[in-house]
Design a protein around this ligand. Structure first.
Ligand code: ZN
Length: 277
């Protein structure tokens, strides 16, 4: 049994503040250890539950956050950016039986600690076929096309609630309770590691590959916080303006859908000015 872990940082134990997840800050240096503890607990739990292989795919920012030297020796880690499937890279080779979303968070425009979808501020909402989408929902559609079930989700309580929508059967572990975008009641890493390890052990039983899903077509709508970003995003082929601050496109598969989304976010973020946005 092979498990893939997609590891994002905003939903990690103790993380509530931009500097906590911003590479290069002293606070990020401290939070890397908390983040690594969550991921390592999942690794250990999956091995407890019978996994033969666990691959961790870094999914936050520059995708260079986890401390390799603190991980269980049985795990392997894919670190660094520019990957065909971004946050769920590694799922496409036909050998993954289940995926865990560790450190996930609520989507843009939603309530939740550090809630966003890809871009921290510029995107205020994403919808897939009219359903409000988080990164978890987008990635769940991608992995379903490879027949890989989401078996475990960790993050704040809102991220866990969000996961009920896209992975109802997955185990969920809330490592903190949302108070505001930048505040949460946090549990200690000792406690959250024990909770995550126990949940991962149980979740291993859900890691059974299925028939690849054929859920398309997917119409993805993206709303920005400024009009010029919507205009800029229309340079991506197939992306059309649907409102003052909104664009949309339709993809036959979520493989194409997520790659177009990546192009849209890259173009939009390049159009943001330091002043005025
Ligand atoms: Zn994220």
């Amino acid at each position: 049994m092979k498990i893939l872990i997609s590891a994002d940082m905003e939903g990690a134990t103790g993380v509530t503040w931009p500097a906590d997840v911003l590479p290069g800050t002293p606070q990020w240096e401290r939070c890397r250890s908390l983040f690594t503890s969550d991921v390592n607990a999942a690794v250990q739990g999956f091995f407890d539950g019978g996994a033969d292989e666990v691959l961790i795919n870094e999914a936050h920012w520059t995708m260079r956050n986890l401390l390799l030297e603190q991980l269980d020796d049985r795990a392997e880690m894919l670190t660094g950016r520019h990957k065909a499937l971004s946050m769920v890279e590694g799922v496409q080779h036909g050998d993954v039986d289940g995926i865990a979303f560790i450190g996930y968070h609520a989507g843009a425009g939603m309530e939740g600690v550090l809630a966003h979808t890809y871009l921290a501020n510029s995107i205020t909402g994403v919808w897939v076929n009219d359903v409000r989408a988080s990164e978890g929902l987008l990635n769940a559609h991608v992995v379903a096309e490879y027949g890989v079930p989401v078996v475990l989700v960790t993050g704040d309580d809102v991220a866990c609630e969000d996961a009920l929508g896209y992975a109802p059967e997955a185990l969920k572990v809330a490592v903190k309770d949302h108070v505001s975008r930048y505040a949460a009641v946090c549990r200690t890493p000792g406690r959250t590691a024990a909770d995550i390890r126990a949940a991962a052990k149980e979740a291993a039983a859900l890691a059974v590959r299925r028939e690849p899903a054929d859920g398309g077509p997917f119409t993805v709508a993206v709303e920005f916080d400024a009009e010029h970003l919507a205009m800029a995003a229309t340079v991506v082929p197939g992306v059309t303006r649907t409102g003052e601050r909104k664009v949309a496109y339709t993809s036959g598969t979520m493989y194409d859908g997520i790659r177009t989304f990546k192009a849209v976010t890259t173009i939009a973020s390049a159009a943001v000015e330091e002043q005025y946005g």
